[in-house]
Write a protein that binds this ligand. Structure first.
Ligand code: PMT
Length: 309
């Protein structure tokens, strides 16, 4: 099913070049004995036309993936950040509510006056820059971009198979909001759909779940964390347990759309750990991803140790 889907959709541009970049990156991390996590982030689009003017999108802005990436880096992991273009990015996300030009000012009146950061933003920017420069020096973050569902799935397969060589020290953290429905290529109009033809009726097909080949074939030894997003709390844990049973991976992070920034459940076959944020923690700028990553790093260490403790 998954193989058929991937065969009938076109591959992203420069796939082989990206594969070499990822393999080089992984080799560098191996040399310094760093664990590697593949973080997926943001929503996938589903095109309605081959020459795409319109597409179906979803709500995800990539906060979960971008924030988690920073905490994984702080924990000493290297991160392959597979993200939706124009979604939130680690480090830069802290500035996403600012107009970039409002952060700067000219230092003087003359034509060639240098540009400087306004004094009220110095502290914030220097702290972000310090963390970012450290990551640049360590070469511990690799950016890989997608937009459409098919780009995402091809890149997910490629990144996962590249991680195979790391065995248990690879982690996959699948936080992207992946579409469940799509229009197959042979049913998709080539040109822009015309409104003159009247109301539009769409027939979408089911996307095969990629977790199945990912766990069984692409990266069978890795520590795989998937997410389960629901809007109805009554089915959240049962659906997470079903996913664990079906795909046989290590852990599901269960979250509800409305409360995802303040509570999640880490569900394994024999345990369910609640992680939550108090109002004080949230208002002082703490993020739930810090707690999630701390817990995952500890579970991953146990998973990697020979006796599993
Ligand atoms: O980005 P934010 O705005 O911060 O929001 C974060 C989030 C809510 C998107 C994130 O926390 C989250 O829950 N991500 C997963 C959303 C999702 O796709 O859930 P799902 O129940 O549809 O899929 C469950 C799992 O199956 C996912 O890990 C997904 O990677 C996987 N999947 C999905 C579709 C598909 N065809 N193949 C898959 O393997």
């Amino acid at each position: 099913m998954a193989a058929a889907f991937l065969n009938q959709t076109s591959k992203p541009e420069r796939l082989d070049e990206k594969r070499s970049e990822i393999l080089d990156f992984i080799e560098q991390q191996k040399q310094v004995d760093r664990k590697v996590v593949l973080v997926t982030s943001g929503g996938t689009t589903v095109p309605l036309e081959s020459k795409t003017v319109r597409f179906i999108d979803n709500f995800s802005v990539g906060s979960r993936g971008a924030a988690s990436t920073e905490y994984f880096l702080k924990k000493g992991y290297a991160v392959v950040f597979l993200h939706r273009n124009r979604s939130l990015k680690p480090f830069l996300r802290h500035l996403s509510t600012y107009n970039f030009l409002d952060l700067l000012e000219l230092d003087g009146e003359n034509q060639d006056a240098p540009v400087k950061v306004k004094s009220e933003h110095q502290k914030r920017l220097s702290s972000i820059l310090r963390d970012y420069e450290q990551v640049q020096r360590d070469r511990s973050l690799l950016w890989v971009e997608f937009q459409s569902l098919s780009e995402y799935l091809h890149l997910l397969q490629m990144c996962s198979t590249c991680l195979q060589g790391l065995g248990k020290s690879a982690m996959l953290y699948l936080a992207a909001a992946v579409a469940d429905f799509y229009i197959p290529k042979d049913q998709m109009p080539e040109h822009k759909i015309q409104s003159a033809e009247g109301p539009l009726q769409l027939s979408l097909q089911l996307v095969p779940k990629m977790l199945e080949p990912l766990v069984k074939e692409w990266v069978p030894e890795a520590f795989v964390v998937s997410f389960k997003l629901e809007t109805n709390k009554d089915i959240l844990v049962s659906k997470s347990l079903q996913a664990l049973d079906k795909y046989q991976h290590q852990l599901v992070i269960a979250n509800l759309l409305e409360t995802r920034k303040r509570e999640v459940k880490l569900v394994t076959t024999d345990n369910c750990v609640d992680i939550s944020m108090t109002t004080e923690e949230l208002s002082s700028g703490h993020e739930i991803e810090e707690k999630i990553v701390r817990e995952l790093a500890s579970l991953h260490s146990k998973f990697c140790s020979p006796d599993g403790h």
